[in-house]
Design a protein around this ligand. Sequence first.
Ligand code: ASP
Length: 339
Amino acid sequence: MTSILVINTGGTIGMVADKQSGALRPFDFGNLYQLMPALANFDYSIDSHTFQPLIDSSNVTPSFWIELASVIESNYENYDGFVVLHGTDTMAYSASMLSYMLENLNKPVIFTGSQLPIGSVRSDGRDNFITAVEIAADRQFDTPVVPEVAIYFENKLLRGNRTNKFNAENFNAFLSGNYPPLAEVGVYIRYNHANILKPNFRALKVHYSLDTNVAVLKLFPGISENVVKSVLHIKSLKGLILETYGAGNAPTDAWFVDCLKSAVDHGITIYNVTQCKGGSVEMGKYETSVALEKIGIVGGYDITTESAVTKMMFLLGQGFSGDKLREMLQISLRGELTI
Ligand code: ASP
């Protein structure tokens, strides 16, 4: 019988309103079958693991990712697939990070959550949850259909490290601007098999070492030298995600280019990621990115900021630096970018 482990980490899906303040807080919803009797209609065995404490995903930290990866690793041989219930706010970061940490993943790890708590009448949580379980369990020719980290939300299955949360209240909350859905769900679950990573049948290797000496700097017209310098002078900074305009463009002011050059010369790796939700960084296409390329800034192609930050923490954690780090940032490790 197909076996699924549901890992409940918190988020709106399992929240209740605090009686006094009315604010939503996570609670342990205990027996899954009591909560959703429909699960019993599946021909799967479903177990659950609950994080203590359950958290609002705004409180996600690297130690949370380490705990999540370790729960998956210690249960990997006993289950055919995993469903992670997670708050939507930082789900794209966690799904991205887990995709890097879980090397040679050959089983589904499907993140889901909801915009309305599962106990509320119009909750989107029930459908998200039930369909995520079905996707995690789906097999073809005795192999999992989706052997990768994905997010299932409102009828779409998206590659985890390609997503952003783009809407704070619509049920349709996630976007994958640069990669097509892995599946679309209506009456049937229609998998886009050609877009799904293929299993490699190697042993799972989990990487637990992460380095948080990273920062994100989002450009805006009027950004001052003081702001740019302050960020680049952060003690122990090793990697900077520079959110640029359009196809990777930035101001051509000498002070700006000089600040970045001096940081690169001091060993800080700068990763150029676009602020746009679709399209790719193409350094050298416009005059406004020629200098960035010349001073050794690394182009992130069409990677999302969420995926770029977690990839940087992951690669720094594995001890990569200098040219090797730059090379790894520019290749697709888990399908996170298109060259
Ligand atoms: N604040 C919640 C969280 O991310 C929002 C949600 O789950 O949708 O945990």
